[in-house]
Write a new protein. Structure first.
Length: 203
């Protein structure tokens, strides 16, 4: 399942380039994944191509979107309207196809009332009230680390069952809540470790 989003993004690129038919070999070469692995992944979900012809790209995109649950629309709340929250709000605000931003919260009076499309930034002290009136499927957490756990507690108590965590806080104490971490520092640490293992540092 973890490879499916990579497959889908590459299929989108192929479609944009005007490609109508794609083979597992072609997809594998573009992602450095063995074609046998791609066929295995797809066949696990009942998606089969034709020998010598591969897959019609529209059919394959539709199939992978359904596997990932992207044939539904998801309601999103962004909690924290700093640089990251603002960028995400404007990104998703321009396309409501799968992930539709419906609520934005912040504590800064300078940004409360600011609009992103039809959505206005609301004060944090109204979070529970607004989520009760307008439930969401996913909350995007972009608040300072020192308040992240407190805010996550409030979101979970308000009924949110999926949190995309852009903070460095560890959010692992919730049962039946899906947490996805997007911690930039962790990725940088991994890259540093790999570089240090291959190339001696020049002084």
């Amino acid at each position: 399942m973890e490879r499916m989003p990579r497959y889908l993004m590459q299929l989108y690129r192929f479609k944009t380039a005007g490609i109508e038919q794609v083979s597992s070999q072609m997809l594998g070469d573009s992602l450095r994944v063995k074609d046998t692995q791609i066929r295995k992944d797809l066949s696990y979900f009942g998606v089969f191509g034709k020998a010598r012809y591969g897959y019609n790209i529209d059919f394959l995109i539709d199939a992978v979107e359904k596997i990932l649950g992207l044939n539904h629309q998801y309601r999103v709340a962004i909690v924290g309207f700093g640089r990251i929250g603002r960028a995400l709000a404007h990104y998703h605000g321009s396309d409501c196809h799968n992930f539709c931003v419906q609520l934005i919260f912040d504590t800064d009076p300078a940004v409360i009332g600011e609009a992103v499309g039809a959505v206005r930034v609301e004060p944090m002290d109204q979070l529970e009230q607004r989520l009760a009136a307008q439930p969401v499927d996913i909350a995007v957490l972009t608040v300072p680390e020192e308040v992240a756990v407190e805010v996550a507690d409030r979101l979970v108590q308000a009924g949110v069952r999926a949190i995309y965590n852009f903070t460095a806080a560890e959010l692992h104490r919730y049962r039946d809540v899906f947490i996805e971490n997007a911690q930039i520092a962790y990725g940088m640490f991994k890259l540093a470790h790999r570089i240090a293992g291959y190339w001696p540092r020049k002084r």
